[in-house]
Write a protein that binds this ligand. Structure first.
Ligand code: UDP
Length: 236
């Protein structure tokens, strides 16, 4: 094991991260690049849990006039599609993986069983947690916070399109200022668009640091693991 800052991590990838420039669906080149970064971590002896979003396919709150619960279940299904895509990219590179779903679909993946997930991680398998929390009205950010607490992850690595947390949208405002550090309370009080408040509160209550960083530059996940100063760290 190299001199790493975190031994067990929870990597949260938004669905959009998998869509790349296309903004919709799955860009398999991007999926392979992410898989390569995850493989590098596994080779360093890091235990990797991952939660993938579904926003590149479907978001419940966009279900124009649909019953919200049904729309959210569609979103949870979308995360399963992404999880299988990531699993495939990883396995093609020789990384052992398991997908565990919060909604049973045992022909496709294991159901989420915490003890089993822990065992997989100890054996060096990447565990991809799919179907969110299994409950409507939640997000995959909350899923990442919940699963991180359950598997006792040292940190949540929140991969974003921007390279950290800013006081305003850096794509729209050239004078936006990036924060190096924030507390959970800062995020909640300032209403910063990091995670939804349920996810942030869960991290705060369970003292799980969140490192927000950009996925655009290759090698960033490794840098984060080695404790290099990238992105924005959120903690107590
Ligand atoms: N979702 C849900 N419960 C969960 C997790 C996700 O209902 O526990 C649904 C919700 O509709 C959400 C969609 O799945 O909009 C996709 O997840 P999310 O929006 O978090 O994906 P991301 O923005 O990370 O791509």
């Amino acid at each position: 094991m190299c001199n790493v800052k975190y031994k067990r991590i929870m990597l949260k990838l938004s669905g959009e991260a998998l869509a790349g420039e296309k903004g919709y669906g799955i860009d398999f080149e991007v999926a392979q690049r992410i898989a390569q970064e995850i493989k590098d971590l596994v080779n360093m002896g890091i235990e990797v849990g991952a939660v993938v979003g579904g926003g590149n396919i479907w978001r419940g709150r966009n279900g124009n006039g649909m019953d919200r619960t049904t729309a959210d279940y569609m979103g949870m299904m979308a995360t399963c599609i992404n999880a299988l895509a990531l699993q495939d990219s990883l396995e093609q590179m020789g990384v052992n993986t398991r997908v565990q779903t919060a909604i049973e679909m045992k022909e496709i993946a294991e159901p989420f069983i915490r003890r089993r997930a822990m065992r997989h991680l100890e054996k060096g398998r990447v565990v991809i947690f799919a179907a969110g929390t299994g409950n409507p009205y939640f997000s995959t950010d909350t899923t990442a916070a919940l699963r991180a607490a359950e598997i006792e992850a040292d940190v949540i690595l929140l991969a974003k399109k921007v390279d950290g947390v800013y006081d305003k949208d850096p794509h729209k405002h050239s004078d936006a200022v990036k924060f190096d550090k924030l507390t959970y309370i800062d995020v909640l009080e300032k209403g910063l668009q990091v995670m939804d408040s349920t996810a942030t509160s869960l991290c705060m209550d369970n003292n799980i640091p969140i490192l927000v960083f950009g996925l655009e530059s290759p090698g960033n996940i490794k840098k984060a693991i080695m404790g290099e100063k990238i992105g924005t760290i959120i903690y107590k």
